[in-house]
Ligand binder design. Sequence first.
Ligand code: GLU
Length: 319
Amino acid sequence: MKNTKICGRFAPTPSGRIHLGNIFCSLLAWLHAKAQGGEIVLRIEDLDKVRCPRPNADLLAKDLEWLGLTWDKGAYVSEDSERYFQSERFDIYAEHFAKLEAQGLIYPCFCTRGQLHAAEAPHLSDGRILYAGTCKNLTASEQVERLKTRQPAYRLAVNDKPITFVDGNYGPQSYNLMEESGDFIVRRSDGVYAYQLAVTIDDALMGVTHVVRGCDLLSSTPMQLYIYKLLGFTPPEFLHIPLLMAPDGRRLAKRDKDLDLNMMRQQYDSPEPIIGYLAYLAGQIPKAEPISTTELAKIFKPQLIPTDNIAVPPQLPQL
Ligand code: GLU
């Protein structure tokens, strides 16, 4: 019998102070793991080191601790803590990138941003661009010629077999990558590995069995499942959660300082009102009132999490 210990994860991008939406996601990931006696790993997603300087990550770790969202291994707590920062894992990404290259599925793409966004480029209904495969058929000598003047990005060739999975909150999903993303970038032209590749390798190597994250990443999941398959990794289970929205319909954003923890800590002396408010939004308690993470873990039911995105006021009520 398979007896894998449940392992969830926090995978924050420390591009600013965490906001209510980030806390909502971390809380549900934590509850999902802890309610089943599982562990949490903290991985800092600082692929973009300029946007994500180390002091931001340090503050983020302190914020999670203050909220009672503890983790069992990973950044700041494991002996090899540095290896849980994506910026310190490029050697691992390179090794797996080479495995995909050896399968003949990677090719350089010299398209400029302008070419990709050009009017004739196919756009999907949600605004994403479907890569038309422009650089796929370049000959070796054309590639050599272009390499002289331009650093390419690298794409992973997809196929048109459907990729299906059952999301823990949104149910059965089926995607065809050829129609919904096209060949996608796994290494950017500046040498930075792309999120889709890094997150897959990391979740697999860090033993993550359950991914709980915002539903904006639901459509990234098939790309990641495709990489899991190519690299021979066992995929985790996925549970996507609704996003928290500002009253004007925007997603809460760190750059807009929407309901960030700095603002909320001026309003509250303890985390329980924030946790209680989020637990109420997540359908876990009938009314918004202060509660601790430990109390919540005892009553957590993932099937009560809503699917529609949730509008929140610019300031939380005084609980
Ligand atoms: N680092 C991403 C974020 O902070 C999350 C990635 C993931 O959960 O797969 O939005």
